[in-house]
Design a protein around this ligand. Sequence first.
Ligand SMILES: [Zn+2]
Length: 453
Amino acid sequence: MKLSFLGAASTVTGSKYLIEHDGQRILVDCGLFQGFKNLRLLNWQPFHFDPASLDAVVLTHAHLDHSGAIPLLIRSGFRGPIYATPSTIDLCKLLLPDSGHIQEGDANFANRRQSSRHHPALPLYTEADARNALTFFKPLPFDKSINLGSMKLRLRLAGHILGASSAEFRTAKGSLLFSGDLGRPDDLLMRAPVPIEYGDTLVIESTYGDRAHSNESSSDALAKVITRTAARGGSILVPAFAVGRAQNLLFEIFQLKQAGRIPDMPVFLDSPMAIQSTSIYQRHRDQHRLSVAQCEGMAKVARISRTADDSRAIGQLNYPVIIISASGMATGGRVLHHLVHMAPDHRNSIVFAGYQAGGTRGAKLVDGARFVRIFGEDITVNAEVVSLPSMSAHADATQIMDWLKTLKKPPRQVFITHGEQVAADALRWRIEHELGWSATVPLLGQHALIDNF
Ligand SMILES: [Zn+2]
């Protein structure tokens, strides 16, 4: 079997792995590169393979760094099935058309300002491309096996966000497991990743491969920053991934309010997609830990702003509020308008609740930038900027190691992906020294030949 690492290799985004085995060509994940410009430019390169020659795509979960290039794949000739869990498909119905819409908006903005070298600037893909791509999705429930040529495919619960799975491939001779994005066993909302059953070869993520989540609970940290900001008369802006982080935040805030641990200030959920994905969480209760009452509490704790006018109106309020708005790394979306408005005021706080990929505005703010460029203007940052990695949806290094230890028989090899070089290599070191297994950090475009599969 030949396994090629075509994305998320020595970086976090752009997940894309090609399996070639026994006449079958299967692509696992087809994500967008995000963050640094030299990575984003890779989205415009042709695929390293002929998309029409693929037999199937397997999608581990809905986040755009795993799913966001699927519309391009269809536009480039792929016509086969895209297997994903039913809840991943529900979330993709929101995320992919929205991504197309954002691409079109970016191209229009570039054309108005003539800021692109290309005339006219074209979108990477359109909302219509994304809607067309959705017709190729085929639901594959968790733990149900299907045959792909001589391989059996099974999707296993990985926690992280609704629908997130590890993808397990088995033949008569061996097995190959992609962790996908691995959730944390102590996540407030999502269930813990299930133990590994088969994994002769492992491809594992390493987003936090060099870090430990803080011992301070995320609710304590959140309560502190909300309370001190409100005390100085400021508002709190939380850029949050519409799918996953927004729901965790709503639930944390709901609990803090119930316990009287934060002032009873208004909360606004300013992301149409987060609003819809909250109701998808309510529909798929078997995958998370919340009761019906808790789901309702989560959904009702925030006032909802649906239209752009609603969104602008929140910006005009002159008393302390909490605003949750996408995108999570402040790369686009409604959160940008709030940043323009809120970042210059020292009374406010900007709270990051998830991983910030290098090169994004989120990463710059967390690193202490005093200015960020938004809509072509430099915006001064006087607000307090707080990062709460303890709210992350990813397992930390020790939690990844603990998950690996659920394997009964040592694997033949481990490939470490989906992490910056430093994080991936730190995890490689731990796996080699603490477990005695052979581990490799592949580079983008590398491939491995795997026997016994
Ligand atoms: Zn993810």
